[in-house]
Design a protein around this ligand. Structure first.
Ligand SMILES: *[C@@H]1O[C@H](CO)[C@@H](O)[C@H](O)[C@H]1NC(C)=O
Ligand SMILES: *[C@@H]1O[C@H](CO)[C@@H](O)[C@H](O)[C@H]1NC(C)=O
Ligand SMILES: *[C@@H]1O[C@H](CO)[C@@H](O)[C@H](O)[C@H]1NC(C)=O
Ligand SMILES: *[C@@H]1O[C@H](CO)[C@@H](O)[C@H](O)[C@H]1NC(C)=O
Ligand SMILES: *[C@@H]1O[C@H](CO)[C@@H](O)[C@H](O)[C@H]1NC(C)=O
Length: 418
């Protein structure tokens, strides 16, 4: 018994240390998988794989890869490859010892939010005679991909197995590529970022975003609640140029899905970065939680709105305040205003009639409000309770729990069996 505990403790220790594997490096010794490897890099799936602790990669030889890549856009290739990354550790022994001979495994595709039902799961079935078949877990799917050989194992962390052909989930190959005319505004509005969306439109920054998509774009969209939080500077006191910089600060060039952000070392520049200012962000990761730091404040990455090469859109809990505009300590409301009833942090569900967006300019201010600050007509009042939903984690941030549990079970089982 105490030995089991020792194993548990050791494996827990191992889990808390960050991952050390590099799938690109593992596969570079195998020219027969060079295409697969190259697409892991192009789709940034390599980062996602490296940021996880317990994983099985089902690789396709170059011939099988060509069939897939010849006919499909990168977004479809990414989905198809995500289905080949199992969030569990399967070495050849385990493949042949599946209890009752069949099981379902979660894949990276399941974490994208694009996989309704069981489309993100893979059916692994021991077909007897040493053959192991793989297929989509969607009902009616064939097990028409088979295990061909083992490529590499780093026990309980990474297993690389070769299979004969892609695993095809219904609809995966026919999904349309995200076109340049994806409507960012509509996506943001639907995701509870109406204020940010209307600022992008009124400032014209939306055009900058749209023209950046083709080369890759990552957007960090503050929720409507974020703009109402205490301590958010009064945007009406900014010049138009400053508002533009602030909005551009909420996007980075390049396609950076969660896995890429997690493996980012150092700072990332933003669309606001120019000769006059760094306007950069630093990224930290704790477990599955990713946080962006500006030097003035920080914000958790909340939900994934869209993750489709070449565009990634996330919601963030706070407005990101660049040091170039707000220095070290952003001063809230100007002194001298009557501090009537100090209602602390009017953040959440006060369904007051106040406009949703930016803090209203004080009525005594003589100058008319800049057009930027106007609430777009017809923006409905905030939905009470949306706070609860905005803090709900995306599935992508949860998947490691079962995987970690699987490590423990695997470690203990293999000990008991040995
Ligand atoms: C497995 O992963 C753990 C935690 O990431 C790491 O400490 C350990 O060195 C890895 N094992 C091998 C054999 O690389
Ligand atoms: C992974 O390995 C590749 C190939 O050896 C290398 O180019 C890359 O920098 C490595 N990635 C990391 C994060 O170390
Ligand atoms: C996997 O697919 C086979 C064949 O379609 C089916 O008989 C089996 O029940 C499936 N396994 C699971 C765990 O659903
Ligand atoms: C994008 O969506 C917004 C809001 O839903 C709408 O007002 C706008 O007309 C749409 N733009 C295009 C080009 O369809
Ligand atoms: C919150 O999410 C639940 C379940 O997804 C949904 O039924 C509810 O309408 C949402 N509430 C708001 C305010 O969006």
């Amino acid at each position: 018994m105490s030995t089991v505990f020792l194993f548990l403790t050791l494996s827990l220790l191992a889990i808390t240390i960050s991952s050390a594997h590099n799938i690109t490096d593992i596969l570079k010794d195998f020219p027969e998988y060079s295409q697969f490897n190259s697409y892991l890099t192009q789709t940034k799936l390599a980062d996602e794989i490296n940021s996880r602790q317990t994983i099985t990669v089902l690789v396709l030889p170059n011939g099988a890869m060509s069939d897939l890549t010849a006919k499909h856009p990168l977004s479809v290739i990414k989905s198809a490859l995500s289905l080949l990354v199992l969030l569990d550790y399967y070495d050849p022994q385990k493949l042949h010892q599946i209890s009752k001979g069949t099981t379902l495994s979660t894949t990276l595709y399941q974490t994208t939010g694009n996989a309704p039902g069981n489309l993100g799961f893979v059916n692994i079935t021991d077909l007897q005679g040493g053959k192991v078949g793989f297929g989509s877990a969607a009902s009616g799917s064939k097990l028409d991909s088979t295990y061909t050989k083992s490529v590499k194992q780093i026990p309980y962390n990474v297993s690389v197995l070769e299979i004969s052909s892609p695993i095809i989930a219904p609809g995966i190959l026919t999904a349309p590529a995200p076109s340049a005319d994806v409507n960012i505004t509509a996506l943001l509005e639907k995701a509870g970022c109406k204020t940010f969306a209307s600022l992008l439109v009124s400032s014209g920054v939306i055009k900058t975003f749209e023209s950046a998509i083709s080369k890759g774009l990552t957007v960090f969209a503050p929720s409507d609640e974020a703009f109402k939080a205490a301590g958010v500077p009064d945007l009406t006191k900014l010049t138009n140029a400053e508002v533009v910089s602030l909005l551009q600060y909420h996007a980075a060039n390049g396609y950076n899905p969660v896995g890429t952000l997690k493996t980012t070392k150092g700072s990332i520049s933003t669309l606001a970065t120019n000769g006059a200012g760094k306007f950069d962000l630093t990224v930290t990761t704790a477990g599955d939680s990713v946080t962006l730091h500006t030097g003035v404040d920080s914000s958790r990455l909340a939900d994934t709105v869209l993750d489709s090469t070449p565009l990634a859109i996330f919601t963030v809990d706070n407005v990101l305040l660049p040091t170039e505009l707000f220095g070290k300590a952003p001063s809230p409301a100007p002194a001298g205003e009557p501090v009537a009833a100090p209602s602390p942090a009017p953040t959440v569900a006060s369904p007051g009639p106040a406009p949703v967006t930016v803090e209203a300019p004080s009525p005594s201010a003589a100058s008319p409000p800049a057009p930027l600050t106007e609430t777009p007509g017809g923006a409905p009042a905030d939905a009470p309770g949306s706070v609860e939903n905005s803090t709900t984690d995306n599935a992508a941030f949860h998947v490691n729990a079962p995987a970690l549990f699987a490590v423990l079970v695997t470690v203990v089982c293999s000990f008991l069996l040995s």
